[in-house]
Design a protein around this ligand. Structure first.
Ligand code: SAH
Length: 455
């Protein structure tokens, strides 16, 4: 049966799409419905119809799913950040494992997957160590801060995000009160006028150190000293800075930072390794789960102290430094020069000397080092962005023939594609483990251990 725009259909939601939307079927016609949960029976209005599928709007829940829970955050539905808050955490984990398994089976063509149970969080809220809150005005002219409504730049007032740290609210309350008291205007995207664009907060879960950075469309903040005094009353305050961004674009941070109180950075730890993190540095946003993810990667790398390891797409060297504790020598490759500067600094402050870092594209640096310098690897670790590994890189890995490859992935579809290539050419899947780094969202990270077949 075919459906048209504005038709009303009754659906049983039988699946969950990759963006968390509910998927239901009505006489062979598939309908994707935002905010519908697996197990719901709903009434939806068709908003857009193609031949065999369409998009519906949730009109009424006729029978709620047994997996439905009340979202912790009042803004969960409008804010684009969390897609799964209305689903119980137990069911979120089932969904993520199914998504991972589905991609490996359908795209990778794997059967009999050596899957370990997905590693979830005991407390699946308040896990993010970083937040960037836009500042603006509401229709009445009042200064607001919170989140952009999904896909737009309208600000939903919310100072207490369920994924962020409890201190966020205190920081935001004090900054907004300061702006009100001294008549400091928030930035207006439409006119390019106004001063305060974003409030950036970062926290070291391990050290308790707190950082606040105001992103401003100018050079100075009026009555800076008074704000510093107020912010310093918050326990753990370590670093307060201004970031200048006068560009009219969506990029949040400019490239200049001026510390106005305390240190230029905060320190945090993942396992035994310390990191110095400035407002501009990249750092994993959920360090507790990152530790579990990297511990799995280390387990699959199976190092005994004699191995030479390459860590490709190494960022600030987090995995490299983790592996260096157990390997003879680790070489990291990363495309962003500033990240490699951080990686070198992190090696230094932790007194790790058996590492070397290269700036460049992994698919260029590795072939070059292999062809020219005949480098060798016992183990290769890759942690690529969502688009996965470049084919040139995979081909070089095949030429180098490491005993083990550890693949850390943030996109199970490209992971499945790349694993198929490696497994068609001499490698075998030994272990697969999903890690939930981002509870309440649809994202899932994966670690895979591969072994060369003849070893
Ligand atoms: N392993 C790191 C981060 C991985 S995220 C950590 O744990 O912190 C992926 C990284 O790959 C990013 O830092 C990105 O800048 C980098 N990157 C993207 N394309 C690349 C390429 N072609 N070659 C090398 N690095 C690349």
């Amino acid at each position: 049966m075919e459906y048209r725009k504005n038709d009303i259909v009754t659906l049983e939601i039988v699946d969950c799409g990759t963006d968390g939307e509910g998927i239901g079927k009505a006489d062979g016609f598939t309908v994707f419905v935002k905010d519908a949960v697996i197990g719901d029976t709903i009434m939806a209005k068709i908003m857009k119809a193609k031949k065999n599928y369409g998009y519906g709007r949730l009109m009424e829940i006729l029978k709620p799913s047994p997996y439905r829970v009340e979202p912790v955050c009042l803004s969960a539905r409008q804010c684009g950040g969390c897609q799964l808050q209305a689903v119980s955490y137990e069911e979120q984990k089932v969904f993520k494992e199914k998504k991972l398994r589905g991609h490996l089976e359908r795209i990778g063509g794997f059967t009999e997957l050596p899957m370990e149970p997905l590693i979830g969080m005991d407390e699946p809220y308040h896990y993010r160590n970083k937040a960037q809150f836009p500042v603006g005005r509401n229709k009445k002219g009042k200064i607001v801060t919170g989140f952009y409504a999904g896909r737009t730049h309208a600000i939903i007032e919310n100072r207490d995000c369920a994924l962020g740290i409890a201190q966020n609210k205190d920081v935001l309350d004090r900054v907004i009160a300061h702006m009100e008291k001294y008549n400091i205007a928030p930035y207006d995207e439409a006119t390019g006028k106004g001063l305060v664009r974003h409030i950036f907060v970062r926290y070291g879960f391990f050290t308790g150190e707190l950082m606040v950075c105001l992103i401003i469309n100018g050079q100075d903040l009026p009555h800076q000293r008074e704000l510093v005094e107020k912010l310093c009353e918050i326990p753990g305050m370590t670093s307060i800075s201004l970031n200048m961004n006068k560009k009219r674009s969506n990029v949040i941070l400019g490239d200049k930072v001026k510390t106005i109180w305390g240190e230029d950075y905060i320190t945090d730890k993942i396992g035994d390794i310390s990191y110095e993190i400035s407002p501009l540095s990249f750092f994993q946003v959920n360090p507790k789960q990152t530790w579990k993810l990297y511990s799995k990667a280390l387990e699959y790398a199976d190092l005994h102290g004699e191995e030479t390891v390459w860590d490709l797409y190494c960022g600030i060297g987090t995995i490299s430094l983790f592996l260096a504790q157990k390997a003879k020598f680790v070489r990291g490759v990363e495309i962003v020069p500033a990240a490699i500067e951080d990686a070198k600094r992190n090696a230094q402050i932790n007194h790790i000397e058996n590492v070397e870092f290269f700036v460049g594209k992994a698919e260029e640096v590795l072939p070059r080092e292999y062809e020219k310098n005949g480098v060798y690897a016992d183990v290769i670790v890759v942690d690529p962005p969502r688009k996965g590994c470049d084919e040139m890189l995979l081909k070089t890995i095949l030429k180098m023939q490491p005993k083990r490859v550890v693949y850390v992935s943030c996109d199970s579809a490209t992971l499945a594609r790349d694993l198929r290539f490696l497994c068609d050419n001499g490698y075998e899947l030994k272990k697969v483990c999903g890690v939930d780094q981002f509870p309440q969202t649809v994202h899932v990270e994966t670690v895979v251990g591969l072994q060369r077949k003849d070893t």
